[in-house]
Design a protein around this ligand. Structure first.
Ligand SMILES: [Zn+2]
Length: 133
C-alpha cells in the first residue's frame, strides 16, 4: 500500500482542504488522476511500438527493445494503479462532501483529522461531520 500511496500527486484530504479548500483539492485529484491515464497511454504506445520494431532489429536491438518493453509495461502498470487510486479516492470522498443539514456541496472547513478520518464543518450552516478516507 505504501507504493500506491507514494503514487499520489495531490496531498491527502485534510492537508488539501487546509491548503486549497475542498473543491480545489477535488479538482486537482481529478486532474492528477488523468495525468496518470495520459502517462499510461503514452507508455502503452511505446510498448506497442517496441513490439512492432522487434522483428526487424539486430540482436542488440532486440535486447534493447526487450528492455524497453519491460520498462514500458512497468510504467503502464503503475500509471494505471495511480489512475485508479486517485479516481476511486476522489469519488469516495466526493460522496461524503454534502452537508446533511443544508445540502450544500463542498463548502467545507477543516476542524481536525486522524489517519482515517477528516473532521469538517459546513461553511454555510456550521454543521459538523466526519469524512472517512
Ligand atoms: Zn450545511
Amino acid at each position: 500500500m505504501d507504493v500506491l500511496a507514494a503514487l499520489r500527486l495531490n496531498p491527502p484530504l485534510a492537508e488539501g482542504i487546509r491548503r486549497f479548500g475542498f473543491r480545489r483539492w477535488y479538482e486537482r485529484e481529478l486532474i492528477f488522476s488523468h495525468v496518470y491515464l495520459a502517462l499510461a497511454i503514452v507508455a502503452l504506445a511505446g510498448l506497442l511500438g517496441s513490439i512492432e520494431l522487434f522483428s526487424e532489429a539486430s540482436l542488440m536491438g532486440k535486447l534493447i527493445y526487450t528492455a524497453f518493453v519491460c520498462i514500458c509495461a512497468a510504467v503502464v502498470f503503475f500509471a494505471v494503479q495511480g489512475y485508479l487510486l486517485a479516481l476511486s479516492a476522489a469519488e469516495s470522498i466526493a460522496n461524503q462532501a454534502r452537508c446533511a443539514r443544508c445540502q450544500t456541496y463542498g463548502q467545507l472547513e477543516l476542524t481536525g483529522h486522524s489517519a482515517v478520518a477528516v473532521h469538517v464543518r459546513c461553511r454555510k450552516c456550521g454543521h459538523g461531520w466526519v469524512m472517512h478516507t
